[in-house]
Design a protein around this ligand. Structure first.
Ligand code: CAP
Ligand code: MG
Ligand code: MG
Length: 498
């Protein structure tokens, strides 16, 4: 037991100089949670497994403080003086402290970082997002619905031209947004630069035909930064401003890659793909961190959007409660978590103007997504009172929830109801390219599914109401019904999250 790290009831930790964290700690043997927590606090801040005589009065103040323990629930709350973190807004450094060596400690059978809270004074040190969903909405002139996206499938193996033709097919079906899949890069059968050129020409043709602007998210994750920058620069040289995003495999390429792209290309939408997160976030894994923690750090790092899961509706593991909280951590000025409320403004939360804004945000959520959608139906720009939050009042810009993984047209409307908002990007890969007619029909069926939701109709009514692309939606519903869309599970989820 390293007693100097245990200061139960210490109120200093709320003075703005500390980042707060809560862990679930499962000790081996007959250690108490308190004993194990003191070891975790030492290893994740200024200490080691033994007390050293080389500490100084100052270095002793840089230790984590265990300020609350729940032995029953195996929970420990810790406060980190955020001065110990690398200056210059470095996310990688924070996680090296609090989600680094500690996972290897031999005295633990489990250590899960459940939630974190950044005080306003700390927020000011970090970039936060620059390009947001609002910018994307302005570019696409799409205000009253989620941004409709796809991932080109097969995931890998198409030539650059075959890939770009599928982008064209999707875009002429009224789709907004196409992303590279997370492992697409510079494979010999689809060289990156050839793909970029082919996508640009497909985009021009699709915009010509539809009269609507389109966006493509290019995966710039690479072996080294020089190649990453070279790829990003190539995209920038070939694509229209606003028509592209940079996708980074945030966990596999790393936080330094994420922040490099954020800082080198501040005017480009930074798309954080979280491939690999399941190794840390799945409930079955006693070691790791939660989706909420990952999402909060992505917003702090400046991701314009991050995948937040599908609230158990799609193919990936995850639960409604966790994913919906993550979605709110992306969008809100004040977002509630399982253990901490996170206030994303550098202005004190007691400031009356900010309070007014937070209350207006809450009213938007309480009104429900269809009300918000109809409010914006004929908008030619975003009315500041209908956005989920505003960049003023020194609020850290919002991050866009990206909803993906086994989604299909039959699940869109119900997911919007589960999420409680339309402010997200949804990407459907298999759910669009498996449409029994073709990719264009798949894209059309998604928009028709949205229109049906917006009109307050059931999918079947929408498919048979003789308006819009019914054949595409009708055949989608037949197909996905055959595939078992888990629609019945959604009713359960909606009930669970009420
Ligand atoms: C989805 C996807 C995304 C996952 C990532 C895939 O494809 O392209 O990478 O959504 O999961 O490769 O599985 P489908 P998450 O639409 O065909 O499922 O969004 O949970 O991080
Ligand atoms: Mg993928
Ligand atoms: Mg219809």
């Amino acid at each position: 037991m390293q007693r100097e790290y245990i200061q139960i009831g210490n109120e200093e930790v709320f003075n703005g100089q500390y980042m707060l964290a809560v862990y679930k700690i499962i000790p081996y043997g007959d250690q108490t949670v308190e004993e194990a927590a003191s070891e975790v606090a030492a290893e994740s801040s200024n200490g080691s497994n033994v007390h050293v005589g080389t500490g100084t009065p100052f270095s002793n103040t840089m230790g984590a403080i265990v300020y609350k323990i729940d032995e029953q629930k195996q929970l420990a709350w810790m406060a980190y003086p955020w001065r110990i973190f690398d200056r210059g807004g470095n996310i990688q450094n924070i996680l090296t402290f609090i989600a680094g060596n500690v996972y290897g400690m031999s005295n633990l059978a489990g250590l899960k970082l459940l939630d974190v809270q950044f005080p306003p004074e700390m927020l000011a040190q970090y970039d936060g997002p620059n390009v947001t969903l609002d910018d994307m909405r302005h570019y696409l002139k799409a205000y009253d619905r989620p941004i409709l996206g796809t991932i080109i499938k097969p995931k890998i193996g198409l030539s650059a031209t075959e890939y770009a033709e599928l982008c064209y097919d999707y875009w002429i079906g009224q789709g907004d947004f196409v992303k590279n899949d997370e492992p697409q890069a510079d494979q010999d059968f689809a060289p990156f630069k050839v793909m970029v050129d082919a996508v640009r020409s497909a985009m021009d043709r699709a915009e010509q035909l539809t009269g609507n602007t389109k966006i493509h998210s290019f995966n710039v994750s690479s072996a080294d930064f020089d190649i990453m920058i070279e790829r990003a620069d190539y995209v920038k040289s070939k694509m229209k401003p606003g028509s592209y995003a940079f996708l980074v495999d945030g966990l596999m390429a790393g936080w330094t890659a994420v922040q490099t792209i954020r800082r080198r290309y501040p005017d480009v939408f930074l798309h954080f793909h979280r491939a690999g997160h399941g190794a840390f976030t799945r409930k079955e894994n006693p070691f790791g961190f939660t989706v909420q923690v990952l999402t909060k750090f992505a917003r702090l790092a400046g991701a314009s959007g991050i995948h937040v899961g599908t609230a158990g509706v799609g193919k990936m593991d995850g639960d409604a409660h966790e994913d919906i909280h993550a979605l709110k951590h992306c969008l809100m000025t004040r977002s509630e978590g399982d253990y901490f409320e996170q206030f994303w403004s550098k202005v004190p939360s007691t400031d009356s103007d900010v309070e007014t804004m937070v209350n207006s945000e809450r009213k938007i959520w309480e009104a429900g997504p269809r009300e918000l959608s109809l409010l914006r139906k004929n908008a030619s720009k975003l009315d500041v009172h209908t956005t989920a939050n505003r960049a003023d009042w020194r609020v850290m810009n919002k991050c866009t929830p990206i909803v993906s993984g086994g989604m299909n047209p039959a699940l869109l409307g119900e997911f919007i109801d589960v999420a409680g908002t339309i402010d997200f990007i949804i990407t459907m890969g298999g759910g669009v390219h498996s449409h029994p007619m073709d990719t264009t029909a798949g894209a059309k069926s998604v928009l028709e599914a949205f229109n049906t939701w917006q009109e307050g109709k059931t999918l079947t009514q929408g498919a048979n109401d003789g308006v819009g692309f019914d054949t595409e939606l009708q055949s989608a519903l037949r197909f996905y019904d055959k595939k078992g869309t888990q629609a019945n599970r959604i009713e359960q989820i909606v009930k669970d999250t009420k």
